[in-house]
Design a protein around this ligand. Structure first.
Ligand SMILES: [Zn+2]
Length: 198
């Protein structure tokens, strides 16, 4: 097995893709303090604070070889909204039950029921839609993780030539990846993430 670049047939400028990415990526810690104002629902309020944050910087080449599709969102925010709606709907049910239990004898009972429970029913529809959206994002995230598991070994086995700005695989790593063929970095990424359909 040879790691020679298929384009220039040389080895001197070849490096494994993980080595290029690790060499071109640095992480550092910054300490910061902030003060200023923020807009909230109740107006402009002063904010202050400090924090430790991790800063990751990458060279253009490392970023090009480390390109991954955006990770889908988990839908946690939607889930929390759905739970809040469940609580609100439950609260609306209390006056609804009281209304229905004190229907005057000469009134149309069904009209009272529809009127009293209209709001909880409306909320139920909204939260059903929210929970369905959460379910969809979770499924999408699951598919992303599967694609990531397929992508990683393909990415890890890739090589890069600094002379030709080309990538290749010295050996067969997956059925859809041609070994020993020099490809530009964007094509390299598309082979790596071939199983992710979005
Ligand atoms: Zn080369």
């Amino acid at each position: 097995m040879s790691a020679n670049c298929p384009s220039c047939r040389q080895l001197d400028m070849a490096q494994s893709v993980p080595a290029v990415v690790h060499g071109g990526t640095s992480t550092g810690t910054t300490y910061s303090s902030v003060s200023g104002t923020a807009f909230t629902g109740s107006g402009v309020v002063p904010v202050w604070g400090g924090g430790v944050s991790t800063v990751r910087s990458q060279s253009a080449l490392a970023a090009e070889l480390d390109r991954a599709p955006a990770r889908p969102r988990t839908g946690t925010g939607l889930g929390i909204t759905g739970v809040v709606l469940v609580v609100i709907a439950a609260l609306f049910c209390i006056p609804a039950v009281l209304t229905v239990s004190s229907v005057p004898p000469d009134a149309i009972f069904a009209a009272y029921v529809v009127g009293a429970f209209a709001m909880p029913a409306l909320l139920a529809g909204t939260r059903a839609a929210l929970f369905y959206a959460v379910y969809r994002s979770q499924k999408r995230l699951g598919r992303y993780r599967e694609a990531e598991l397929v992508a990683y070994p393909i990415w890890e086995a890739g090589w890069y030539c600094h002379r030709c700005h080309a990538c290749w695989w010295p050996r067969q790593v997956a059925g859809h990846v041609p070994p020993g063929v020099a490809v530009p970095p964007p094509v390299f990424s598309s082979y790596v993430w071939a199983h992710w359909r979005g």
